[in-house]
Ligand binder design. Structure first.
Ligand SMILES: [Zn+2]
Length: 420
């Protein structure tokens, strides 16, 4: 009985062992002979993924005037495993115009996971960003002497004029939050932070491309993997045409110089925004490249709040333009006719309430009331509307009717604008 069991167990063990060997052989065969699946090996250090950045879309005004375009800039990248102990630090620092202290600190920061969570010694890490062409050309002549250092061509925004900072917004390096929100982004990428650069980020940014390069055992680039079969070409971002008229915008900004407030001009037929001025403003050209962080901090601290877009973030009473909507309401409701005249004695007095007015002839009829912008006239209009018991029964009903007119003319609700 026990012998029989032992015999049976031997067969089972032999079968299991054979099965394991067969599985391994099949697996090895498919891996090495059948599968060139790059994805399975993508994280191996035999590959170098070189990102190719698309050019960001340009921004034009309504008449086709160029407002924002790109200028080349260069990121200096490093692969630690290749650079380690193989470069002359002093010569390198000289070529980039940096100090040895900066070099050491930067190299340590790159290797510090708390500052650079995506660190790997086999992949390209950002050493220095947004070098302008003049600084870069000197470095480029010597780059062959610095193994492990690579150049990533990028572009920075360039502005044709200094107007429209609040509308245009700006572009800056992604935050950890941006990366978490959208897997498209990697550390060191740029993203629209404000204005239309932010609201149209997806259209403007385009699609990144990638080149997959093959390395040998010593880390040297051997060429394209599988003849570029898995490479992807970058797709340029789309250009953007705004409803803004640059000349009108410039005029508005000039009129608001030294003042605080906002001008918005709309085309009432379409709702298009022809100009949107918020004062004080700033020159969008200071929010570019490596100086951005410093300048942004200074603007954020400024007591006059130049970063605030008062056109859409400030709270302002509607002012005298509101009076025409009142005139329309009172006339439609039969409270006044164009010849109805009301008195004005430097304003409107009713019990404890006083709404002031400037000096002008009185009493006056509707057209004069609008041209002199008489506050009293339109207060009297509302007074007679609320008091009209035979028409509305109660003041409550009268106010509800008034409110319906205001809402029908677009007051009281956000109009919706494609700015963050
Ligand atoms: Zn008046």
């Amino acid at each position: 009985m026990s012998n029989y069991n032992l015999e049976k167990r031997r067969y089972v063990i032999a079968f299991v062992a054979t099965a394991i060997v067969v599985v391994y052989i099949v697996r090895l065969f498919t891996l090495q002979l059948l599968s060139d699946d790059y994805k399975k090996n993508a994280d191996s250090n035999a590959f170098l993924k070189k990102i190719e950045y698309p050019s960001r879309g340009a921004i034009y005004d309504r008449n086709g005037r160029l407002l924002v375009y790109n200028q080349p800039a260069y990121d200096i990248m490093v692969v630690m495993n290749e650079a380690k102990g193989r470069i002359d630090t002093l010569e390198f620092c000289h070529a980039l115009g940096i100090t040895k202290e900066f070099f050491i600190k930067r190299m340590n920061d790159i290797k510090d996971y708390s500052k650079n969570p995506g660190y790997s010694r086999f992949t390209q890490q950002l050493f220095m960003s947004q070098l302008p062409s003049e600084e870069f050309s000197f470095f480029q002549e010597k780059i062959f002497r610095f193994p492990g250092f690579y150049v990533q061509q990028r572009s920075i925004r360039q502005y044709q004029s200094k107007v429209g900072a609040h509308i245009l917004g700006d572009v800056a390096e992604v935050s950890p939050y941006d990366i978490e929100e959208d897997s498209y982004y990697q550390p060191g990428d740029y993203i629209g932070k404000l204005g239309v650069e932010k609201s149209y980020e997806k259209q403007l940014r385009g699609e990144k491309g990638v080149q997959i390069l093959l390395r040998d055992a010593r880390g040297r680039i051997q060429g394209k993997y599988m003849d570029g079969k898995y490479d992807r070409k970058p797709i340029a971002g789309k250009d953007l045409t705004l409803a803004i008229d640059e000349k009108l915008q410039a005029l508005g900004e000039r009129l608001m110089e030294g003042k605080i407030g906002s001008i918005v001009a709309l085309d009432p037929r379409t709702g298009e925004v022809l100009c949107m001025v918020s004062a004080p403003s700033y020159d969008p050209r200071i929010m570019v490249g490596r100086a951005r962080a410093k300048n942004h901090r200074a603007l954020a601290k400024d007591a006059w709040k130049p970063l605030l877009n008062r056109s859409i973030m400030g709270m302002y009473p509607p002012g005298s333009t509101f009076k025409t909507s009142q005139a329309l309401t009172y006339m439609t409701e039969g409270i006044i006719t164009p010849s109805t005249a009301f008195p004005c004695n430097h304003g409107f007095y009713y019990r404890g309430l006083h709404v002031g007015c400037h000096s002008h002839a009185a009493p006056i009829a509707l057209v004069d009331a609008i041209s002199t912008s008489c506050n009293s006239y339109f207060c009297w209009g509302l007074y007679y509307m609320i008091g009209n018991r035979s028409k509305y029964k109660t003041p409550y009903n009268a106010m509800n009717t008034w409110r319906d007119y205001m809402v029908s003319m677009g007051f009281g609700y956000k109009l919706g604008i494609d700015l963050p």
